[in-house]
Design a protein around this ligand. Structure first.
Ligand SMILES: Cc1cc2nc3c(=O)[nH]c(=O)nc-3n(C[C@H](O)[C@H](O)[C@H](O)COP(=O)(O)OP(=O)(O)OC[C@H]3O[C@@H](n4cnc5c(N)ncnc54)[C@H](O)[C@@H]3O)c2cc1C
Length: 400
């Protein structure tokens, strides 16, 4: 039995008025309006059929939202990661969390904009900005996992070309992208040590194979395992400087954490909105179920946790956009952790609030149970963030 749904304004942030410019608040409203025109029914329909949310992606691209963080001279909006995080959070809150925003404009767009050559920027950025081109990102390997220092995908020189070989797992959305930005390693000619290096690999390059990993996620983006077998790449497939691989990599990983926080925040707000709307009207005794403190207090706690995580995400975005990569690293990790935890707890409580309806397809909350786990695991797990904070913030020794 279903009760009528109402929208709630619980997620309208007073803090946002204090710390966000009018321009950013206008961006929130405009993206929210776009997201609500599609809504979770549209998104879940595409996700269940395994097809991309193409119409929404195209409209968001045309409106300038997908490339809001990219430089204006290459077709972007000239804003920062803070702006792109707003886009993802608002789309997610409206029921349409576009995971590919984390990889295509945020990681790949940022890395190319900051470290790419002029021809790479001209070739990729305008398309990434308006959404007509997409790029996936592959760092995770089956035998390295959380320990990305252990990755073994290697690029070796062959004349002017590179030959790239290795394996990757959980690369999101390859089938809907034009290319993948892979993290591999090159050998230092002097020391023989391996250093990280980033390569753009077009999807149809011979020797590059990808197979979907069957997942229990309801999302339009599939996850893939990748086999790279002596993939021949021209010299200009390398992004930026061969000697600055780690710096370049971290330039992309902080935006990834901030965007994953925004992804989780969007899911959390969507779930809280549905739960509060339901709790206001569903009545099985004499008052709506939302009057019972057994439901009201956990929902109130979720609202507080979401707001705190949102503030941390705004802080991380601001530090990153101001160019403080080191401080942004700590803040981005904390934001990703806080938002991931808030989302997992909020969705759990939302499902509980709806009783049996929490698991019906009509309300679309059951699908969020698995989706919120992504924010706890990727791109860096909850435990690895706690390790980071223990070591870097608290100065504690490491166990591994
Ligand atoms: C939906 C989804 C999309 C993804 N998209 C991408 C993508 O586009 N590109 C990409 O490259 N990757 C992607 N990933 C991969 C993701 O980044 C990894 O799953 C993540 O980094 C964890 O690696 P792992 O799965 O190998 O876990 P493991 O490293 O095997 O970890 C397993 C468990 O052990 C814990 N653990 C490991 N080491 C420690 C330690 N030192 N201390 C305490 N606990 C520890 C972890 O926290 C975790 O709980 C995606 C994953 C998912 C689920």
């Amino acid at each position: 039995m279903s009760a009528p749904r109402t929208t709630t304004s619980t997620t309208t942030s007073t803090a946002a008025k204090l710390i966000e410019t009018e321009e950013r608040r206008a961006l929130r409203r405009a993206v929210g309006d776009l997201g609500r025109r599609y809504g979770s029914a549209y998104y879940l329909d595409r996700a269940r059929r395994g097809v991309p949310a193409e119409e929404l992606w195209a409209e968001a691209g045309k409106s300038g939202y997908l490339g809001v963080n990219l430089p204006a001279e290459y077709g972007g909006g000239g804003g920062g990661i803070t702006d792109l995080a707003i886009v993802l959070e608002e789309l997610g809150a409206a029921g349409c969390p576009l995971l590919l925003l984390i990889v295509s404009p945020a990681i790949c767009g940022t890395v190319i904009a900051r470290f790419g050559t002029e021809p790479q920027k001209r070739q990729w950025l305008p398309g990434l900005a308006d959404g007509t081109r997409r790029m996936a990102f592959g760092i995770t390997e089956p035998d390295a996992g959380s320990n990305s220092h252990r990755i073994s995908t290697v690029a070796r020189r062959d004349g002017d070309d590179w030959l790239l070989s290795g394996r990757k797992v959980f690369v999101s959305g390859i089938d809907h992208t034009d290319a993948v930005l892979f993290v591999g390693r090159t050998e230092d000619a002097r020391t023989g040590r391996l250093r990280p290096a980033l390569f753009i690999v077009p999807r149809e390059t011979p020797g590059f194979e990808y197979r979907p990993i069957p997942m229990e996620l309801v999302a339009p983006e599939k996850q893939f395992q990748v086999f790279l077998d002596e993939v021949r790449l021209p010299a200009d497939a390398l992004v930026g400087d061969e000697n600055a691989g780690l710096l370049q990599l971290f330039a992309g990983l902080n935006p990834e954490r901030i965007m994953t926080a925004a992804f989780s925040l969007g899911l959390a707000r969507q779930a809280l909105d549905k739960a509060v709307g339901y709790a206001r009207t569903r009545t099985v005794w004499d008052t709506p179920i939302g009057a019972h403190q057994g439901l009201a207090h956990p929902l109130a706690r979720c609202a507080i946790e979401i707001e705190l995580a949102r503030l941390m995400t705004q802080k991380a975005g601001r530090l990153y956009d101001e160019g403080d990569d080191a401080a942004a690293g700590e803040a981005a990790n904390m934001a990703k952790y806080a938002a991931g935890e808030a989302a997992a707890r909020t969705v759990d409580q939302a499902v509980q609030t709806l009783g049996g309806n929490g698991l019906t397809q009509e309300y679309g909350l059951g699908a969020l149970l698995a989706a919120t786990r992504v924010g706890r695991v990727a791109p860096v797990s909850r435990e690895m963030i706690l390790n980071y904070v223990a070591q870097h913030t608290l100065g504690l020794p490491r166990s591994y």
